[in-house]
Design a protein around this ligand. Structure first.
Ligand SMILES: C[S@@+](CC[C@H](N)C(=O)[O-])C[C@H]1O[C@@H](n2cnc3c(N)ncnc32)[C@H](O)[C@@H]1O
Ligand code: SF4
Ligand code: SF4
Length: 464
């Protein structure tokens, strides 16, 4: 089916009411979403809506989990126990509308039950264009080029242009690209695998959820999966950080940057960047994710992490010294561990990432070593990913190791997530979910004790 030009709109049947009196129809509300956003904003939600319980797709059927003393139910239990209670969606704005659409369309919950319902439409677009912008050297780009697979739509900053003019260029680029996608006229996005029906807020221009700063700057490692290692991460591109600061201010004034908009600082290696203080100051006051390989402990970065609303995002990708050296090109696992411990002791929030590389780090020792490290550091989350330059379908063995990572993390009470759902294909996602559920039922334990070999399709054998 060709979805181009298709737009489906969903309106609330209720009139919009003033903030503070938004459709309060029941005394207590189910909070849908029990993740970090719900926890961080619990008091804000509670000031407006009295909580009844939490509901989360990740909650186990058997129940037992609580958050702020309230039970966390899976959706099936929520529907059964509270068939009429109103719902407040307590998810990050970037995820809220997608889940809202799922509640309405798949769970058949009427919009009248959703207290903070927002009218939305479904359009043929791409989640990068809808959520992100990228500042790359002297250009705007609309995606990370999907790790080099496509030519990202881009526009250069004109020499001497003001922040207002540069923001206008960004808006024009977005508008022209979306129009070309809708009209099916050739553009940089033509043929991109990320084009699909996506959910968008109706009405005012959607805010940017993530501003990514991916400038050319040096790095001290050579990760085997990183496209930048040989080319982009050798020398420093001369960036006018004052101009970047002005651009963010203009984006704020125009309502494109909201308080929840996150800055992603992630090119080269921040801890060795000569202008790291200046770079970090640019994002003061915004939620920030600082990507670092963390082999160096840096005071400026450490200071920023504790003073600001920022967290450290470190792609560890291994749980043993040998595998780490193989992937990163240097024998620095112990140094990494020490430096991460210093950041953690200083009070930094840390998320650790694991890029699954078939045949390299998809084994029990690495997965277990990694989750142990996450537990030692009291990491607030672990993130699973893959080498995005290699979309060869992941075999059952790698999927099994991903499931094991989820299970180990859950045993240690560390939330685990995929980087983005699209990092796996629909089929891979399904296989992973099935495998996790087999583990949680204890079904594969016996099989695993007998040992499984790479290439063996033991999920099927288990008769699932
Ligand atoms: C390019 S790095 C720069 C920041 C820092 N040096 C680091 O390693 O975190 C930013 C992020 O891109 C991720 N990355 C790089 N190449 C990738 C690939 N081929 N597939 C998936 N993620 C990749 C890294 O894991 C890291 O989290
Ligand atoms: S459709 Fe593809 S090329 Fe275009 S912005 Fe999205 S990810 Fe990038
Ligand atoms: S540390 Fe980061 S920038 Fe450096 S090679 Fe690895 S992923 Fe690339």
């Amino acid at each position: 089916m060709n979805l181009r030009g298709t737009t489906i709109r969903f309106f609330t049947p209720f009139k919009k009411e003033k903030k503070g009196e938004i459709m309060k129809k029941s005394e207590e509300y189910i909070y849908y979403g029990a993740g970090a956003y719900a926890a961080d904003h619990f008091n804000d939600f509670r000031a407006e809506y009295a909580p009844l319980c939490f509901c989360d797709r990740a909650a186990s059927q058997g129940g037992g989990k609580t958050l702020f003393g309230l039970p966390v139910l899976p959706p099936s239990a929520m529907l059964e126990e509270y068939p009429d209670a109103s719902i407040v969606i307590t998810l990050h704005p970037q995820n809220k509308l997608k889940v809202q659409a799922w509640l309405l369309e798949d769970m058949k919950i009427p919009s009248s039950r959703i207290a903070n319902f927002e009218p939305y439409e479904k359009v043929y677009s791409c989640s990068y264009i809808e959520n992100d912008i990228y500042s790359h050297n002297d250009s705007w780009i609309l995606c990370c080029s999907d790790y080099g697979r496509n030519v990202s739509p881009s526009v250069k900053f004109q020499a001497g242009a003001s922040a207002v003019e540069i923001v206008s260029e960004l808006k024009r680029l977005k508008h022209d690209t979306l129009k070309a996608i809708q009209d099916d006229t050739p553009c940089a996005c033509t043929g991109c695998r990320n084009l699909k029906m996506v959910v968008r807020r109706l009405g005012s221009e959607s805010p940017v959820n993530n501003i990514n700063f991916i400038h050319t700057c040096p790095c001290n490692l050579k990760c085997q999966y990183c496209g930048g290692r040989g080319v982009r991460y050798q020398e420093e591109f001369n960036i006018d950080w004052e101009l970047r600061r002005e651009i963010i201010e203009v984006l704020k004034q125009q309502g494109l940057v909201k308080p929840h908009t996150a800055a992603f600082i992630g090119s080269g290696e921040i801890t060795i960047h000569s202008k790291r203080r200046e770079i970090l100051e640019t994002f003061s006051g915004m939620p920030c994710m600082i990507a670092s390989n963390c082999v160096i402990y840096d005071e400026i970065v450490a200071d920023f992490l504790v003073k600001e609303n920022a967290y450290l995002f470190c792609s560890v990708d291994a749980g043993t010294r040998e595998t780490y050296a193989k992937i990163k090109g240097q024998d620095l696992f112990d140094k990494l561990r020490n430096s991460l411990q210093k950041y953690a002791q200083g009070g930094a929030a840390i998320e650790l990432k694991y890029i699954f590389l078939p045949g390299v780090n998809d084994n029990e020792d690495d997965v277990e070593g990694f989750t142990r490290l996450a537990s030692e550091l009291k990491a607030r989350k672990v993130i699973l990913s893959r080498d995005c330059t290699n979309m060869t379908p992941l075999d059952e063995f790698t999927i099994d190791m991903m499931a094991k990572l989820f299970i180990h993390a859950s045993d240690m009470s560390i939330p685990a997530e995929l980087l983005i759902p699209d990092v796996l294909s629909g089929d891979e996602n399904e296989r992973l979910m099935k495998r996790i559920s087999l583990y949680t039922q204890g079904f594969l334990k016996e099989k695993r004790a007998r040992g499984c070999k790479r290439g063996e399709n033991f999920c099927m054998e288990a008769g699932s």
